[in-house]
Design a protein around this ligand. Sequence first.
Ligand code: CAO
Length: 445
Amino acid sequence: MKHEITVPEVSEGVTAGTVISVSVAVGDQVEEDQTLLELETDKAVVAIPAPVPGRVTEIKVTDGDEVAIGAVIMSIEATGEDPSEAETEKQPPIGAIEPEAEIPPDPEPETKEPLPPPVYQQSKEQVLDLTPVRRDDQVAPAAPSVRRLARELGVDIYQVQGSGPGGRICEDDVRAFVRNTMQQLASGGVSPLATGGANGLHAQRPLPDFSKWGEISTEPLSKIRELTADSMAYAWSTIPMVTQYDKAGVEDLEEFRKEYNYRSTSDAKLTMTAILVKVCAAALKTFPQFNSSLDLVRKELIFKHYQHIGVAVDTPNGLLVPVIKDAGDKGVEELAVELNDLAERTRQRKLTPAEMEGGGFIISNLGGIGGDAFTPIVYAPQVAILGVSKAEMQPVWNGREFEPRLMLPLSLSYDHRVIDGAAGARFLRWICQALEQPLHLAMKG
Ligand code: CAO
């Protein structure tokens, strides 16, 4: 029986995606759940699996194609199904001479070309403008041509008030936004909008022709890079942030971790990051404002009574942040298993959008690479993020003498509209103490 494979609903608000790699060819025999192709949307990369075992009979897309949700992308002739259930409407009437069953031709033996690497280039005709339309999980209701106009004029479309039904934004709305903003500029400055956002103008200044000075090459931005650029620019231009630095002596913890990994029969390694997830979840329970979001429109703080912690994962395609849900209710062992699994699937681009949503706080551990300190950027609408640098042996004065200690540098960036400096310092000290004396965590966490 023929199964048509359609693009599934990936996430709310996502209407289309880009095929980044087709993993099968016509004639391939596939298992149930085997990945047929990978699709990149503005929320995530998703693998589309085979719903049944069978043979691929048709592929309608190729790498780089833009496809709408619901579009048919492939067909599979299922194998192993009960023939009495399949194709019943095509059964010949009783007594009729049964024609010979039509057998699809065998695939050309061994003519399959090796799959090309994913291509991100799109032909102009096929492009369905998929410019990121997400901001704090809201979708800007605008046609691709309107979004294109906004981009050309350097307007952040999320700041444009739509005049159409349901707030739909049309070209006139974008032009009116530019006119108003220019008038405000001319009359002495732009006041921040009620959303607390910036003035909405993120125009890029014209670039010089770099090829004048030597050879250059270009490559299109991946969706991940586009989204990262958008969310970082938004956070940087709207959140007044401060970074607080501290250090925790972690020699006892490291000794325990190494001993645990040596004795453990589990596949999942206990890492410093997993321990930090546990400690931060406990810290968020003690200091709930670090797990809040600021709503300037309603003039209120939203407190989350769950501890969903994002962990920044470095992948060849860019930074992604899977979220460990309810970290405060889980033990370190369970968190280690979950983190290993999430990080692995993140690198393989096998996360679902839901696994990257709902985070209230992020840990960004660059210590495996190196560095003394850095200033992580708060990821709106969160209000704080913990950066972790490389733990190193250092001489520390204990009041009588210098003693060698393994010091883990921590950098906490926070939204200064929500968190005062003293609270930032206390929160980070609390984390340091919990790492230095885990009993402290058990007593208070
Ligand atoms: N100090 C010293 N060593 C550290 C360390 C730290 N802060 N963090 C990790 N290490 C060590 C680990 O102990 C491990 O050594 P061993 O193999 O001897 O145990 C090694 O570095 C590699 O660790 P890991 O990467 O396997 O495991 P992890 O849990 O510590 O990190 C993850 C997981 C996903 C956080 C990490 O792989 C990663 O992707 N980090 C990059 C995050 C990033 O890009 N952030 C920037 C975001 S922009 O703000």
